[in-house]
Design a protein around this ligand. Structure first.
Ligand code: NAD
Length: 248
């Protein structure tokens, strides 16, 4: 499949987990795929540009570099994100500001810098990485859930604002996915194997979501195959949202 042939895609957080799987998949389908990441150590054919989505100058410089080097920008995958644990008593104002700054404002900064270039693309798409946390009422995830709830609403608002100019905005909402992020969480548990088994049992399909499965959904929403889809939050969660199940 080479449906991204000739197109240029940027993926924030593209050096690890879901972002790396996405950049790799887009490149395999013909895109020039650029990982914008704090630690952009990616291998050929991916291109890495050191970028901090919480720093507007860094974002502007990265998008300018992409357009100068590759001549265009067609696809933006707003995927960089950080986690937080606990109820509303757990996190300080500074922690709230930091997580919202990366998870929400980061998407705004990248989209703002990219939109003038996307307007010139005949295949323009933005895909945001939301989360099941936006709607599942996960315990001990107040700050993270609020950040992903904002991503959900931001996606709908951006879709409404830009669909008539040919820029489709959608999101994926993964369930617990098998990425280095979750690996770090498991490693910090007293019994990582038991914790992993518990996480797997919590998924309706009895296993973690793979990064490649999320990447496949992102690639669909970024490709012309979804040319009539905008403002959709596509759950990739083993059916938790579609079946109206609660995390156990
Ligand atoms: P990951 O930690 O494996 O990868 C995240 C990448 O983002 C890293 O390479 C990191 O360097 C980069 N990053 C972090 N802060 C950044 C910043 N300020 N600027 C640029 N890059 C930055 O995580 P992942 O599990 O692949 O998660 C990717 C996205 O998926 C996140 O938005 C996360 O909220 C979302 N998500 C993950 C899961 C899951 O279970 N893993 C579930 C739902 C949603």
């Amino acid at each position: 499949m080479s449906d991204f042939e000739g197109l240029v895609a940027v993926v924030t957080g593209g050096a690890s987990g879901i972002g790396l799987a996405t950049a790799t998949l887009l490149a395999s389908r013909g895109a020039t795929a650029v990982a914008l990441d704090l630690e952009p150590g990616v291998e050929d054919p991916l291109v890495g540009i050191r970028t901090d989505v919480s720093d507007d100058e860094s974002v502007k410089a990265a998008i300018n570099e992409v357009v100068e080097r590759f001549g265009r920008l067609d696809v933006v995958v707003n995927n960089a994100g950080i986690g937080a644990q606990g109820d509303v008593l757990a996190n300080s104002d500074d922690e709230w500001s930091r997580v919202l700054d990366v998870n929400v404002l980061g998407m705004v900064r990248v989209s703002r810098a990219a939109l003038p270039h996307l307007r010139r693309s005949p295949s323009a798409a933005i895909v945001n990485t939301c989360s099941i946390a936006a709607w599942a009422g996960l315990p001990q995830r107040a700050l993270y859930s609020a950040s992903k709830g904002a991503v959900y609403s931001l996606t709908l608002a951006m879709a409404a604002d830009h669909v008539r100019e040919g820029i489709r905005v959608n999101a994926v909402a993964p369930g617990t996915a098998d990425t280095p992020w979750v690996g770090r969480l498991l490693d910090s548990a007293p019994d990582p194997a038991a914790e992993r088994a518990a996480l797997e049992a919590r998924q309706p399909h009895g296993r973690l979501v793979s990064a490649d499965e999320v990447a496949g959904a992102i690639a669909y929403l970024a490709s012309p195959l979804s040319g009539s889809t905008a403002g959709t939050i596509l759950a990739v969660d083993g059916g938790m949202h579609g079946l109206r199940l609660r995390p156990q």
